[in-house]
Design a protein around this ligand. Structure first.
Ligand code: GLU
Length: 407
């Protein structure tokens, strides 16, 4: 399966080569065999991808997948759609059962160990869906002692486990449709996952279900590809940029998502995923030194190696960057009590965008661990955006902005 897509990618970009037996001398040239793709999607997420009664799927993820396939030279009638539930995605990619996955699939550091991502192509945020009559649940903090359902293998279930364990009773199901069934039946108090998914369900059950409307994480949807298939990753990343730039992205968003009343976030910055290959002459290629330095910025920060960290910072912005970093590092925040000492954090590079040979930006996601209950609302996850400048041949961190992952 993976071979097939490699062949497709080559055919679409470079040469047209017909496979199969050598034609008889003098025989009319055979048309190339039809190109095909197997794409993993969800079958039951209204607005993103649902399988209609005609068996054809529809929604924003489907439109994105069809656009990508088109640019790879595959027409919709040559796409085989395969259901990819949250928990199945890594296995489907790594077994070669699908060529790629477009299924509300958040780019996370843990998943990047197992699969590669192109994109991102959409930003969403985790939220809560409750019964219309529910008055007491407005934010995740209100879930104390309540029962909440999410899909197994999702970042949403993970977030509840990490940040609200102990207070919230989490049940997991294979799909969000099953969770919604439980919510309607009254066996759970809320369903949690990305707002864009929940908005679709709320729209399907007007007067019965309500989206709470407070995003408390940031989810960047990527197209999952087989781990290390950097050629396909690069190609799809470029196609996503094209989809945003030529207006198709906005048209699909309006047609599929805003009908439910959903208020989408702006188009994401499409970055080169950190495991990007280096192919000379390819405009999506990153300078490998840039990748090394951004990785080192994250590593020195995680190790609290401040000397190492500062050696990577521009002298004129060092003080400002210090201030930002220390403000959000629990152990160094003087306004907090001693009980914060064992709190920790991990920074992961989630993307790097190189705009020209000498400048770039990167995104870090910072997740906190071991934060005592009373400081939980203080230490939300943070998305950092860094500005990198290449001076005298070396990349330096010259600007940093922190963005709490909460509205
Ligand atoms: N975007 C989240 C994830 O990838 C939740 C949605 C889903 O389960 O597909 O886990």
């Amino acid at each position: 399966m993976k071979r097939a897509i490699r062949a497709v990618a080559l055919l679409a970009g470079l040469t047209l080569t017909a496979c199969g037996s050598t034609p008889e001398p003098g025989a009319a040239p055979q048309p190339p065999p039809p190109r095909t793709l197997t794409i993993g999607i969800k079958f039951d997420q209204p607005g993103l991808s649902v399988k209609g009664t005609d068996g054809k799927p529809a929604g924003f993820d489907v439109d994105t997948a069809v656009y990508i396939a088109g640019k790879l030279g595959v027409t919709p009638d040559h796409i085989t759609w395969r259901e990819a539930r949250s928990e199945q995605r890594e296995d489907l990619l790594n077994s070669g059962a699908v060529d790629f996955i477009v299924a509300s699939y958040s780019i996370t550091a843990a998943r990047q160990q197992l699969v590669s991502f192109a994109g991102p192509y959409l930003m969403a945020g985790q939220d809560l869906l409750v019964r219309q009559s529910e008055r007491a649940i407005d934010r995740p903090e209100d879930l104390d002692g309540r029962t909440v359902c999410s899909a197994a293998g999702s970042t949403s279930a993970d977030k509840i486990r990490r940040s609200f364990a102990g207070n919230v009773k989490l049940t997991t199901r294979d799909t969000y449709t099953q969770c919604v069934g439980d919510l309607i039946a009254g066996t759970v108090d809320a369903v949690t996952t990305d707002d864009v998914i929940l908005a679709g369900f709320a729209h399907e059950h007007p007067g019965m279900l309500r989206l709470v409307g407070h995003r408390f994480t940031r989810e960047r949807y990527g197209v999952g590809v087989h781990k290390g298939d950097l050629e396909l990753q690069n190609r799809i990343t470029s196609v996503i940029r094209m989809m945003i730039d030529d207006g198709s992205w906005r048209r699909a968003l309006d047609a599929d998502l805003t009908a439910s009343g959903y208020q989408p976030l702006p188009a994401p910055v499409v970055f080169n995923a950190p495991d990007q290959a280096v192919a000379p002459g390819d405009p999506t290629t990153l300078d490998p030194d840039l990748v090394n330095v951004t990785t080192a910025v994250a590593a020195t920060s995680n190790a609290r190696d401040w000397e190492g960290f500062r050696s990577l910072v521009c002298p004129e912005t060092a003080d400002t960057i210090d201030e930002i970093v220390f403000q959000y590092t629990p152990q160094y925040d003087k306004s907090l009590g001693a009980e914060i000492r064992s709190a920790g954090y991990t920074n992961t590079v989630t993307g790097v965008t190189q705009t020209n040979p000498n400048s770039a930006t990167f995104a870090f996601h910072e997740a906190f661990t071991n934060v005592p209950e009373k400081y939980r609302s203080y230490f939300k996850d943070i998305d950092y955006t860094g500005t990198m400048v290449r001076r005298n041949g070396s990349w330096k961190l010259c600007g940093l902005a922190a963005d709490f992952v909460e509205p």
